[in-house]
Write a protein that binds this ligand. Structure first.
Ligand SMILES: [Mn+2]
Length: 352
C-alpha cells in the first residue's frame, strides 16, 4: 500500500507579510499543495493523508469547494484529513457540514474514529482539534488493534499545548504508520514507523532548509519512508566573515553573487568577524539587494585592546577597557565597549 503524507500546508497564510515577495509566497503554498495532489495521481498512491493544519485559519466555504474539485481529479487516491490547531473545528466551521467528493474522508470528531478501505485492507485512525489548544497527551493511550488490517494513525501535535507526545509510546503503539503533523521541520524517526513530514513550503524565516512531503510504502511487516522535496524556496542563513580589509563594496559583491546564484531562496545575512574600526556597514543596502528578510551585524571593530590600554594607561580609556573587556561580557556589553571606545577615541565624531 502506497501513501503520500502531508501536513501543515497552511493554505491562506501570507509569509513575510509586507515584503515584496509575500504574495508570491502565498501562491507558492497553493501551487505546492497542488503539486502534492499531482504526485499522488502520478504515483497512483492509495492514500493521501493530511495530518492537520491544511489551512492557516478557518477555511472559507469557497476554498473547500475549490479544494474538493482538486481532490475529485484523483483517479485512484483516497484522501483522509484531520483538522489541526490552526484550522480547528469551531462551532460554525464549514468543515462540519461540507459534502466532500466520495474519495475524501474528513475525520471531524474530537474523539478517535477511523475509516476502513477494504480494497487495501487499511484502516486510518484519527481525530480533529476542536480548540486551539489541547494539553492532554491524548495519543499516549492509542493502540492499534491486531486484526490483520494495516493500521495508520493521523496525529497532530507534539508540544506542551498541542497534545504532548511521548515518541517511544507512539512508536510502540502497533500502528503500521504514524503520520505526524504540527512540527514544520521534517523529522523521520529511524527504526520506527513514524514521521513528521514537515510543511510543504517554509512559512517563515525560522523554517530553514528543504521542505516537502513523504511517500511511504507500507505493508503488514515493512514501512519504507521516502522524503520528497516539494518547495523550490528555502530560507537560508548566509554568514559573511569580515576582516579589517573588508569594505561595504566587497560585502555587497558577496551578497549580490549569492542572491543571483539562488534567486528562489530567501536570505538571512549574518555578518561576523573584526571590521575596520572606522567602518560602519550599511545594513539597509544589504536588505534592499533582493529577497533578504534579515541582516544582523555581529562584527566587532578590530581594535587591539591591549595596545590601546597600554597607550592610554594614564587616562580614562585604559580604565574603560579594563572595566568592560571581560571574558564573560554579554554581547550587549561588548557593543557598549566598542561604542564607548569609538566615542572616547574620536571625541569630535559623535556616533549615531
Ligand atoms: Mn499545528
Amino acid at each position: 500500500m502506497r501513501l503520500i503524507h502531508t501536513a501543515d500546508v497552511h493554505l491562506g497564510a501570507t509569509p513575510d507579510a509586507n515584503m515584496p515577495w509575500s504574495q508570491e509566497r502565498s501562491l507558492a503554498i497553493r501551487s505546492s499543495f497542488l503539486r502534492i495532489i499531482s504526485m499522488a495521481e502520478k504515483n497512483q498512491a492509495d492514500l493521501l493523508l493530511i495530518a492537520g493544519d491544511l489551512f492557516h485559519r478557518q477555511p472559507l466555504l469557497r476554498e473547500l469547494k475549490e479544494l474538493n474539485y482538486h481532490f475529485s481529479t484523483l483517479s485512484h487516491t483516497r484522501v483522509v484529513i484531520i483538522a489541526g490547531n490552526h484550522d480547528y473545528i469551531c462551532e460554525n466551521s464549514p468543515y462540519l457540514n461540507f459534502s466532500w467528493n466520495e474519495n475524501v474522508t474528513f475525520l471531524t470528531s474530537d474523539t478517535m474514529t477511523s475509516v476502513y478501505f477494504e480494497h487495501i485492507n487499511t484502516e486510518v485512525h484519527g481525530f480533529s482539534y476542536h480548540s486551539q489548544e489541547i494539553r492532554e497527551p491524548l495519543y499516549d493511550s492509542c493502540r492499534a488493534p491486531r486484526d490483520g488490517r494495516i493500521h495508520i494513525l493521523l496525529a497532530h501535535g507534539g508540544d506542551p499545548t498541542h497534545i504532548p507526545i511521548r515518541l517511544q509510546k507512539l512508536a510502540d503503539s502497533g500502528f503500521h504508520y504514524v503520520a505526524l503533523g504540527h512540527i514544520h521541520q521534517p523529522r523521520i524517526y529511524k527504526n520506527t514507523n513514524m514521521a513528521y513530514c514537515g510543511s510543504p513550503e517554509p512559512l517563515d524565516k525560522t523554517d530553514l532548509g528543504k521542505r516537502g512531503c513523504i511517500l511511504a510504502d507500507v505493508t503488514q511487516d515493512t514501512c519504507q519512508i521516502h522524503w520528497q522535496t516539494v518547495s523550490e524556496t528555502q530560507y537560508r542563513i548566509f554568514h559573511i566573515t569580515v576582516t579589517a580589509e573588508t569594505t561595504q563594496g566587497s560585502v555587497m559583491q558577496t551578497v549580490r553573487s549569492e542572491l543571483a546564484a539562488n534567486p528562489m531562496h530567501i536570505y538571512r545575512f549574518h555578518l561576523g568577524g573584526f571590521r575596520d574600526p572606522d567602518l560602519m556597514f550599511d545594513l539597509g543596502q544589504i536588505r534592499r539587494a533582493g529577497r533578504v528578510v534579515e541582516v544582523l551585524d555581529h562584527t566587532e571593530p578590530a581594535y587591539d585592546l591591549e595596545q590601546l590600554a597600554a597607550e592610554h594607561s594614564h587616562d580614562l580609556i585604559s580604565h574603560y577597557i579594563h572595566e568592560l573587556d571581560r571574558e564573560d561580557a554579554t554581547p550587549r556589553e561588548r557593543k557598549a565597549l566598542f561604542y564607548g571606545l569609538r566615542a572616547l577615541l574620536n571625541p569630535d565624531h559623535q556616533t549615531g
